[in-house]
Design a protein around this ligand. Structure first.
Ligand code: AMP
Ligand code: MG
Length: 505
């Protein structure tokens, strides 16, 4: 066990059961910290005054081979505050850059510290990162801290995404720091412990490309391939293969977001992970009423990252990624450019294929017909016209008779429904099996904004975590359609509707 610097704190942390912290099962092997210096700065979390553990993901801990039950609540709080670190941790702040709403900026972990890479019992290697752990050389004018609300928000949404089968970083724990952070108002401070396949971002490549002669792009590419896609070393052009794979992963990811009505909200290049996981949950949200132009983020004035713009935004980011790889794609500049352009151009079709395959499942279409896209779009148009609830509509389609919603009374919908039923009848599978496919591809429950806000308010303002615990229980079981979950399936009333979400940085 290592203690972080603050002397006052050492007095307190000496009381931590040293043996216990080492016995929780951490197995660190920190490959990123073995990369050359410009990729990170070695720095420990800044200790906090009075950490208190408010939530711990026991199921995730177990799957990682970690047992925190041997720690007292106080010791666990010290650990997840970063006040004490396991001996084998090697804390660093990672350097990166990024295009934020189109403008390039040098960034880096301004309020996060990578504790190390934990080797899991199943042979995985996962980053363990503290978010909200104090200032670093990359903090610019920021305080390096995070408020409780946004950390709990990331916890809920990332765990819901995982339960939906959508690649995502995970949330292991949240502690409150006992300190106040100043945003528009004073707020309780908190630290989230996040677990990720890695934190290599498109922005990490943009950073590397701007270092000495771009020589570090190869270092980073080799590292990323080794870590995420080692089989690509067997291909004739591993760097082109890396570009194509990342494009494929992002196309798949963004298609999955759209299929569940998710809006990330800040798809800057620094928030796009090479691993293909959803990362950096800020003002993200699931839409209730279907409207492709939906934007929740208070800072997204132009709707750049609105619901239906997300595939375009992803492709734009991937073009920035491709640019960083140019020198590695081919020694002849024109050839490199042609390869990059072709790969980035292919994104649209790949995305469309993933989206269509997902939509077919949502509608129980188990075969492929050329007119499927039209059929799907006709339904979406009807849904938009009636501002139908995105989640509940797909779920309701398997009900016979259909519920009494406005949408289902519309003659345009009736015509669509007849077409859809005829389409189902043309496939050899029974309607019963089509409907069962629909029920496992259309979630019944998502973390709806008004429920998330209610849980965060209770936790943040009244120190009451009951609603948060309940919400987590429900959203991590998204296909369950049980009567006691009804409250979580009900769309917000006009008064409950959340119009805007905030990143809270
Ligand atoms: P995010 O919006 O969380 O993706 O953060 C964008 C950039 O701003 C990253 O480089 C963060 O490290 C940095 N940042 C965000 N909030 C803070 C903060 N309170 N203090 C220092 N840096 C921050
Ligand atoms: Mg970020």
């Amino acid at each position: 066990m290592k203690q972080t610097t603050n002397t006052d704190l050492n007095v307190r942390t000496n009381a931590v059961a040293e043996f216990a912290v080492e016995e929780t099962g951490w197995r660190f092997d920190n490959s990123y910290a073995r990369l050359p210096e410009p990729f990170y700065v070695r720095i420990a979390p800044v200790p906090v005054n009075a950490p208190r553990l408010v939530i711990l993901n026991q199921a995730l801990a177990k799957s990682l081979g970690l047992n925190f039950n041997i720690l007292s609540g106080e010791d666990a709080a010290q650990l997840f505050a970063g006040n004490v670190l396991p001996q084998t941790a090697e804390p660093i702040a990672q350097a990166y850059a990024g295009h934020q709403f189109g403008s390039f900026t040098m960034l880096g972990d301004g309020r996060a510290i990578l504790m190390g890479e934990h080797l899991t019992p199943s042979g995985g290697r996962l980053d363990v990162q503290f978010k909200g752990s104090g200032q670093t050389p990359f903090s610019r004018r920021g305080d390096g801290r995070a408020a409780l609300g946004p950390m709990l928000r990331e916890y809920i949404i990332s765990e819901a995404m995982h339960a939906l089968g959508i690649p995502s970083t995970r949330s292991l724990a949240v502690v409150t720091t006992g300190e106040t952070v100043l945003r528009e108002t004073p707020l309780p401070g908190a630290i989230l412990t996040r677990v990720a396949a890695s934190h290599i971002r498109v922005g990490t490549f943009e950073y590397a490309a701007r270092l000495k002669d771009g020589m570090y792009v190869k270092t980073l590419s080799d590292y990323a391939i080794q870590r995420h896609y080692p089989e690509l070393f067997e291909t004739t052009n591993p760097y082109l293969a890396l570009l194509q794979r990342v494009i494929d992963q992002q196309a798949s990811l963004v298609a999955r977001w759209l299929l569940v009505g998710f809006i990330h909200g800040v798809m800057n290049t620094d928030n796009m992970a090479i691993s293909g996981e959803t990362i950096d949950y800020g003002p993200c949200a699931f839409m209730d009423e279907y409207d492709p132009y939906t934007v929740f983020s208070s800072i997204d004035y132009q709707g750049r990252y609105g619901y239906h713009n997300q595939s375009r935004a992803a492709q734009w980011n991937l073009a920035r990624f491709a640019e960083t790889l140019l020198p590695l794609l081919d020694p002849v500049q024109e050839k490199a450019l042609a390869l990059a352009e072709e790969a980035v151009h292919a994104f649209s079709d790949i995305f469309q294929q993933y989206w269509l395959a997902g939509m077919r499942k949502k509608l129980g279409l188990l075969t492929e017909e050329a007119e499927d896209t039209e059929l799907i779009e006709a339904l979406l148009m009807c849904m938009h016209k009636h501002r139908a609830d995105y989640t509940n509509t797909f779920r309701a389609l398997t009900a016979e008779p259909l519920p009494g919603d406005d949408l289902f009374q519309d003659s345009a919908f009736a015509a669509w429904h007849t077409q859809w039923q005829a389409r189902l009848a043309r496939q050899s599978e029974s309607k019963t099996s089509a409907y069962s496919v629909m029920r496992v591809h259309n979630p019944a429950i998502l973390p709806r904004n008004h429920r998330v806000e209610a849980a965060l308010t209770a936790a943040s303002e009244h120190n009451d975590y009951k609603e948060m615990q309940r919400l987590l229980e429900v959203v991590t079981d998204p296909y369950a359609d049980t009567p006691e979950y009804r409250k979580y399936r009900t769309p917000p009333s006009a008064a409950e509707r959340v119009q805007q979400t905030f990143c809270g940085t």
